[in-house]
Design a protein around this ligand. Structure first.
Ligand SMILES: CC(C)(COP(=O)(O)OP(=O)(O)OC[C@H]1O[C@@H](n2cnc3c(N)ncnc32)[C@H](O)[C@@H]1OP(=O)(O)O)[C@@H](O)C(=O)NCCC(=O)NCCS
Length: 217
């Protein structure tokens, strides 16, 4: 597909045709990247189109697409562990993975952002923040100065991570949640929507509420 106004600079496939995949499609188009199609395991989506872009099939299709000149891929799945599995499968196929940056987000020149991070509309990343590989900073999220977000994390829409705070690998900060300054969210933690992290967390737990506490099972 050719955009009327701009010349495309590379051909890319999106792995994951769910909600986040649609957001990534829009960001890639705004960056003049041609999207050759979606790859997804859900058979019911095959041969359907999302905003004019076809769901081509599952990973079996990737070899043929590379032969046809697709150079790049992006894994657009919200769950960090699923994202890692798909990143590994992409690497096995020899697909080079890219990140995405919405033109309307603010990222400090003094922040350190992985090339594979995904930065959505209106997010803010302030000076000396670090964003790890394959991490999503979703719409309207704020990552404050000197905070450290690990790899395969997801800072959900309108979540805030305050200065010098840490979010460990594979952790998700839910929509509208806040991690107070200097606090450490461990690895593989899910911070529920609207929660406020006032104390460092353990690993591998779900935290909810204000102040956030481990969710009862
Ligand atoms: C915390 C969360 C992960 C729990 O999900 P779940 O395990 O499916 O939990 P359930 O919906 O079954 O709810 C279990 C209990 O926790 C409560 N609960 C759920 N989410 C809560 C939250 N964010 N804060 C406080 N309590 C919450 C429910 O009211 C329910 O309480 P009850 O047992 O007294 O009725 C989820 O609700 C959540 O907050 N997800 C964040 C979603 C998000 O931000 N997505 C971003 C997409 S881009």
């Amino acid at each position: 597909m050719m955009n009327e106004h701009r010349g495309y600079i590379m051909k890319c496939i999106i792995i994951g045709a769910g909600g986040h995949g649609r957001i990534i499609l829009e960001i890639l188009r705004l960056n003049d990247i041609e999207v050759a199609g979606f790859i997804d395991d859900s058979k019911e989506l095959y041969d359907t189109a999302i905003d004019g872009v076809k769901v081509l099939g599952n990973f079996e299709k990737v070899d043929g697409l590379i032969k046809k000149g697709v150079e790049k891929g992006i894994v657009a799945v919200a769950d960090g562990r699923v994202r890692r599995m798909l990143v590994e499968r992409s690497a096995e196929k020899g697909l080079t993975l890219i990140g995405a940056k919405h033109p309307q987000c603010y990222v400090s020149d003094n922040a350190r952002i992985s090339e594979t991070a995904q930065l959505c509309v209106n997010c803010v990343v302030n000076p000396h923040a670090v964003i790890g590989d394959y991490t999503i900073i979703n719409s309207n999220a704020v990552v404050e100065h000197n905070s450290n977000i690990g790899k395969y994390c997801h800072i959900s829409p309108s979540a805030t991570v305050l200065g010098f705070a840490t979010v460990g690998d594979f952790s998700q900060v839910g929509a509208g949640a806040t991690v107070l300054e200097n606090r450490i969210v461990g690895e593989n933690v899910f911070v529920g929507a609207g929660a406020v992290i006032t104390k460092d967390t353990e690993n591998n737990k779900v935290y909810v509420g204000i102040p956030a506490k481990p969710a009862e099972k």
